[in-house]
Design a protein around this ligand. Structure first.
Ligand code: DON
Length: 309
């Protein structure tokens, strides 16, 4: 029998001795304040069990992990028409790269690089006021996690707004190609606030369960998305969820995952569980260094891997 709690304790213990813990994101001033000594991990299983270790109950900035939830919402709103405005190929470039956008005429490679996620936020905005849409995103995530305490960290949102010149450049560039339908400031307002949502590993693991369970949220017994769409979201997480580190993540972990520069990673084990890990120190691709190491240790012991146990 797999003892997931002992396994998490062992991983946490082993990593506590790690001295090279990566570098916290410093291009968003609020995130630069994070302490890279944090480590937390949680596993939520589709049959209702929860395992956790370390700082698994401490909220952190989910950043790009929010892109999984807004992608789910955008597909719900406009279905496959989304793919006319954003691709689904790995980019092979950094998450905030602008070079490809010119060659590809304002259509971003995938929904997880910043440009693609900004288009997705534009779709979710759908002629509403940014405030309403931001509320809709938070309500959606609260519903997924079955937890009404999930909030936006307004200081992080403000910090991103104050310094998000690159994202503004990407957004303006896409607007010039007609691929943003709302004023740039409104779409970015939504994008910055979704990135600034704060969640714990436990909340995040629970919120990912619909992707492990064929589109049904086992916490609330409600259907979130059809099964065929879950397969697609998981496929994009696998191929694009770690930017230019996606190939390496598939090679070493072998599960659909999405990282954020707050140091979190959400991982889906189809038909079994959702895992969240958090450690703020990042590798050069902007993915959590200890988070990735922890996941490698976990899959080595559990055999959880979509390419075969
Ligand atoms: O737009 C940004 O740069 C951040 N709000 C999100 C980037 C991010 O999380 C990339 N992930 N590793």
């Amino acid at each position: 029998m797999l003892d997931l709690q002992s396994l998490l304790n062992d991983i946490s213990q082993t990593l506590s001795n790690q001295t090279d813990r990566g570098k916290v994101a410093d291009y968003i001033p609020e995130l630069a304040k994070q302490d890279n000594q944090h480590f937390g991990m949680a596993i939520a299983t589709i049959d209702g069990q929860l395992f956790s270790t370390g700082d698994a109950f401490e909220p952190f900035s989910i950043q790009s992990i929010s892109k999984v939830f807004t992608l789910t919402m955008a597909l719900g709103k406009i279905g496959d028409k989304l793919w006319e405005r954003v691709g689904r190929e790995p980019s092979g470039t950094a998450f905030n790269s602008i070079v490809q956008l010119e060659q590809e005429r304002g259509v971003p490679r995938n929904p997880f690089i910043n440009a693609g996620a900004i288009v997705v936020s534009d779709v979710v905005l759908a002629d509403h006021q940014p405030k309403e849409t931001i509320g809709e995103i938070v309500r959606f995530i609260r519903c997924l996690a079955d937890d009404d305490s999930i909030m936006i960290d307004e200081d992080v949102a403000q910090s991103e707004g104050d310094t998000g010149f690159r994202n503004a450049a990407l957004a303006n560039y896409m607007r010039a190609f007609g691929n943003l339908h709302h004023p740039v400031e409104e779409t970015l307002d939504v994008y910055f606030h979704q990135c600034a949502i704060a969640m714990t590993c436990v909340q995040l693991a629970r919120s990912g369960l619909y992707l492990a369970n064929g589109g049904m949220n086992p916490l609330t017994a409600s259907k979130v998305v059809p099964r065929h769409r879950v397969r697609r979201i998981n496929a994009i997480m696998m191929t694009c969820g770690h930017y230019d580190g996606s190939g390496e993540f598939a090679f070493c972990v072998g599960l659909p995952g999405k990282s954020g520069v707050g140091g979190g990673i959400l991982v889906i084990v189809p038909d079994k569980a959702a895992i969240a890990v958090w450690s703020p120190g990042l590798d050069p691709n902007g993915n959590s260094k200890l988070g990735t190491m922890a996941l490698e240790m976990l899959v080595a012991k559990t055999g959880w891997n979509v390419f075969g146990a």
